[in-house]
Design a protein around this ligand. Structure first.
Ligand code: UT7
Length: 329
């Protein structure tokens, strides 16, 4: 019998209805559509509005739709890995909250924090439970309500982020499809360039931290850009080289959607033509953990069984990585 791989057997996503356009941002900060479009590729992003709604409220419709597509009940799920940088609460884990909301009574779960690389870290760790034979159905969710940590007075960051959530189901595959390899990396010295200053144990919330607007994502954009543009491209090229994959062998590049210029650099480095590169940043912006599942969801109907996909991401931490998978359906 051939080796068991963890294959994606269903994908679904949810984005909130409200659309924040570049034109509306022009009324909020000193910016313009031309600057945002040429520097980032973003035209609009979805925002979760409504009192008391958190990241799990986007995960519920995403996962319920996924279960319906796959024709299984929530009670069949063994494990939920919730990749997020904006959990509903500091504790308990949003995975637990989601399990309760969808009725996944037989699942255990945990949250995974690796900023924009989180979904790839989640795929790689979730696949281990399938390959080992420990579990049969692992749900990997990537979702963020970035609007909850975005400073809408800072034009350098508020134009980038959006809200959304995507999910995939991992199941065993013995046909040679599924997750074949992953390369994951982190470098904690990058913390200075991209972080949230307050709200953690080092600097708990106080009147002072709120007044100083320290509960938002802080980013030194140019520095992050330099690391992202080389590392994301290099790691995608590395996983192709070590698996002896040429650009002809790869059907799709699925890059984290942080900046169109970073995506283009990754495509160039891997030698992939534009028609193989999945880009939807113009409609969603940077949804952090949700960018890659949103791409898989939107392109699902174009994928063919056996297609080689290269996923690549870079994010705060720094964290970055690449996953090589063969589409299973
Ligand atoms: O998701 C994972 C990690 N994050 C990333 O990968 C993001 C990486 N970084 C970026 O994508 C880019 O650095 C940004 C999109 C955030 C910024 O683009 P940039 O080309 O690096 O701009 P910059 O920060 O170097 O700023 C250039 C100029 C500055 O003006 P001066 O000093 O040259 O006069 C900024 O003040 O553009 C100005 N600027 C803006 N102008 C209009 C910054 N933000 C805006 C804005 N509208 N929204």
């Amino acid at each position: 019998m051939s080796k068991i791989h963890a294959a994606i057997t269903a994908v679904n996503a949810y984005v909130p209805d409200y659309i924040l356009t570049n034109q509306e941002l022009e009324t909020m900060v000193d910016t313009n559509d031309e600057w945002i479009t040429t520097r980032t590729g973003i035209k609009e992003r979805h925002i979760l509005k409504g009192e008391g709604l958190g990241t799990s409220d986007m995960a519920v419709p995403a996962v319920n739709g996924l279960l319906k597509k796959r024709g299984i009940g929530a009670d069949e799920i063994d494990l939920i890995i919730f990749c997020t940088t904006t959990p509903d609460r500091v504790f308990p884990a949003t995975a637990n909250i989601l399990a309760d909301k969808i009725g996944a009574k037989n699942a255990w779960g945990y949250d995974l924090q690796a900023a924009c690389s989180g979904f790839l870290f989640g795929l790689a760790t979730g696949s281990q439970f399938i390959e080992s034979g420990k579990h049969k159905k692992v749900l990997v969710v990537g979702g963020d309500k970035m609007s909850s940590i975005t400073n809408y007075e800072d034009r350098a960051t508020c134009i980038i982020f959006g809200d959304g959530c995507g999910a995939v189901l991992l199941e065993p595959n013995d046909e040679g499809n599924g997750i074949m390899d992953s390369i994951l990396k982190s470098d904690g010295s990058g913390v200075q360039y991209l972080h949230q200053k307050a709200g953690g144990s080092m600097r708990p919330a106080s009147h002072e931290t709120v007044d100083a607007r320290e509960h938002y994502a802080y980013q030194e954009g140019q520095a992050v850009f330099k690391f992202a543009v080389t590392n994301m491209a290099d790691v995608a090229a590395e996983i192709m080289e070590r698996n002896h994959l040429s650009s002809d062998d790869v059907a799709w590049l699925v890059p984290h959607q942080a900046n169109k210029r970073i995506i283009d650099a990754t495509a160039n480095r891997t030698g992939l033509s534009a028609d193989k590169v999945i880009i939807n940043i113009e409609r969603y912006g940077n949804t952090t953990n949700a960018t890659i599942p949103l791409c898989l969801w939107e392109w699902e109907n174009k994928f063919k069984k056996g297609d080689v996909l290269i996923l690549a991401a870079f994010g705060g931490g720094f964290t970055w990585g690449s996953v090589y998978l063969r589409w299973a359906y």
